[in-house]
Design a protein around this ligand. Structure first.
Ligand code: GP9
Ligand code: MN
Length: 615
């Protein structure tokens, strides 16, 4: 009798251990085959993988009881299937699949074309365990389906609690800050099981637990906003539908570099000259928040503000957006987004599809023939992007540059000589801006040699600041800034050029605005109709303003600090009394953020009641 009992226990233990081993080995193989080299030491990631597997197996046993033998085989089958798909996709994009990615797989022509070449013979590892497991389960089915006692169940429940606790204890060592911009890092740090679980919950939360209906107060906020929004005037509509559009979002370019001289030399000679042949906006403040570069991409393509917490690219990646690409598509444009870094970064592979780009060309697609900093050099980036763009005209090409990314070390030794600032971050930053200038000049020459410079509207702006608080002292010295914080705030501007072929609209415009206004300005110029962007064309006469994500507001003459609720003169930094008229104005401006947040949170472009109000 005892012998038989031992035999039963052994057969069960073998089976459970076999399943655990199978699920663990497959996860390790996936990590290895798609280059998810752990950010942490190997022992930690494997410990976390094993805890994850143990939790999955124990839950199966508790829920399915005598039928757990079947559910475990099915679990292994499902995991094998998912991990195999992850492997094929991840070999190309370096990230396991997520549900939002599955939604737009058609966009991934590149993987589709090369699916077979992405499969390796070793991937059979996902299959080989299955017949063995089935054979074992069938052969020992009686023994494996022994009735489970309450003691047995209690033990399993205790083990589940312990395994979850152990997982959390080990996971608490992880610094999660770098999960915000690259979801792949969740898999690297915490394992693919956790990664898929997180993705599933996140998806379910957005899909099923987010209400899109507005309550009375929200409706009032939106109505008040719409009635306060100026009627504007008829759009300029300067061109017919044949003009190409090139939008260049320059990494880390701040406005102060324009016209700046160092050691008697201009930092950006080409762009300085361009100010005379284009519209140049000298008072545009960046509005990015936690989504950084990706927030600037959102502001430009959608005309909404970033989210109050976290990155829209993850929080609302699959919302309904009405984008520049969508409007241009209706006019027969070919829209392509270009960025020389990994497609998964900032979740762009999902978001660019949703922004209605016909294609997204990322690091995986470029010929990496010249590397500067993180990846492909801007010079090569522009060359290859233009090779592709000019094939289908008219085109809208959205170029997000990368070379001038913090901390600018790649430019040590580049021009110009920065004197005292040589070998410092400020000096290297100025050099990176010279490189930006050189490479944009090259792009203009290319467009000219193709004979399409006169048929192309070119918009150039910076994505966000390049020098942060840690560089405040040397930068303030260089620019002669006072140490009042408003002085620092007043240089958080990005330059904006809009080059209009065949137009006499040129020269510098001083109106205050934000990145959210760039889309409205493009729509104005091209005569495109958008139901609602949160910006206003910078070419409309009248006072300007910008609201930043922290609620601070800059008007043509004032800086408003939202935390202190104080107003300052923008030039001399003296406090200014908030009159009733100013207070009303500030309240009205603050509504911009509230409305933008509502649109994002409630996915309002999908809400019929809302669409009726705005159309
Ligand atoms: C990476 C690039 C840089 O793809 O966009 O992002 P950032 O660190 O500037 O947000
Ligand atoms: Mn950036």
């Amino acid at each position: 009798m005892k012998k038989r009992k031992n035999k039963i226990i052994l057969i069960n233990i073998f089976f459970v251990l076999g399943v655990v081993a199978s699920l663990w080995v497959k996860a390790s193989y996936l990590h290895h085959s798609i280059g998810l080299n752990p950010m942490l030491e190997y022992d930690r990631i494997h410990t976390l993988l094993i805890f994850s597997v143990v939790i999955i197996v124990l839950f199966n046993m508790l829920i399915f009881q005598r039928k757990a033998v079947y559910s475990l085989v099915i679990t292994d089958l499902i995991v094998s299937f998912i991990f195999f798909a992850d492997t094929v996709y991840g070999r190309y994009y370096g990230i396991p699949l997520t549900i939002p990615i599955l939604y737009q797989l058609g966009f991934m022509n590149d993987v589709a074309d090369s699916t077979f070449s992405l499969m390796h013979i070793k991937d059979l590892i996902f299959v080989v365990t299955i017949p063995v497991m089935i054979a074992y389960a069938v052969y020992f089915r009686k023994t494996l389906q022994e009735h489970k006692t309450w003691k047995h169940n209690l033990l399993i429940a205790i083990l589940i609690v312990a395994a979850i606790g152990a997982f959390h204890w080990k996971a608490s060592e992880v610094d999660r800050t770098h999960h915000a911009y690259e979801r792949k890092n969740i898999a690297k740090d915490l394992g693919v099981y956790y990664f898929h679980g997180y993705d599933l919950l996140d998806f379910a939360k957005n899909k099923w637990f987010t209400s899109t209906s507005m309550d009375q107060a929200e409706l009032e906020t939106i109505k008040a906003y719409l009635s306060g929004k100026s009627e504007g005037r008829e759009p300029l509509a300067l061109y017919d539908a044949s003009m190409n559009l090139v939008v260049i979002q320059v990494e880390a370019m701040q406005e102060f570099v324009v016209d700046l001289e160092i050691e008697g030399e201009e930092v950006t000679p080409f762009l300085n000259k361009l100010k005379e042949d284009a519209l140049y906006f000298e008072n545009i403040y960046h509005q990015v928040a936690a989504g950084n570069t990706s927030d600037a991409e959102l502001l430009l393509n959608v005309g909404l503000h970033p989210a109050p917490v976290g990155a829209v690219n993850y929080l609302h990646a699959t919302n309904r957006f009405i984008t520049l690409g969508e409007l241009l598509k209706d006019r027969g444009y070919e829209n392509i987004g270009f960025h020389g870094y990994q497609a998964s970064f900032w979740n762009r592979e999902v978001v660019y599809n949703n922004f209605k780009f016909d294609d997204f060309i990322s690091k995986e697609d470029f010929d990496l023939d010249e590397i500067v900093g993180w990846a492909i050099s801007d010079v090569s980036f522009y060359r290859q992007a233009m090779d592709i763009s000019i094939q289908n005209q008219p085109f809208y090409s959205f170029l997000v540059t990368l070379s001038s990314h913090h901390p600018y070390d790649a430019f040590n030794g580049y021009e110009p000589d920065t004197g005292d600032y040589e070998k410092t971050q400020v000096g290297n930053y100025l050099k990176s801006m010279r490189y930006v200038d050189d490479s944009i000049e090259g792009l203009f020459e290319r467009l000219e040699s193709e004979g399409i410079l006169d048929e192309t509207i070119i918009v150039i702006y910076g994505d966000h600041s390049g020098l942060y608080q840690d560089q405040k002292a040397p930068l303030s010295r260089l620019l002669g800034l006072s140490d009042h914080y408003v002085a620092w705030e007043s240089i958080q501007k990005v330059p904006l050029w809009i080059v209009l072929p065949d137009s006499d609209m040129k020269g510098t415009i001083s109106k205050t605005g934000g990145q959210v206004d760039i889309l409205a300005t493009i729509l104005d110029i091209m005569g495109l109709d958008h139901p609602l962007t949160l910006g206003e064309s910078l070419l409309i006469d009248g006072p300007g303003y910008v609201i930043k994500r922290d609620g601070s507001i800059i008007m043509d003459n004032y800086f408003y600090n939202n935390n202190e609720e104080r107003l300052y003169d923008l030039k001399n930094h003296e406090p200014v009394e908030i009159t009733e008229t100013l207070a009303e104005q500030l309240e009205r401006i603050k509504r911009d953020l509230k409305v933008s947040d509502l649109i994002l949170k409630k996915n309002l472009f999908k809400n019929e009641e809302f669409m009726k109000l705005v159309e």
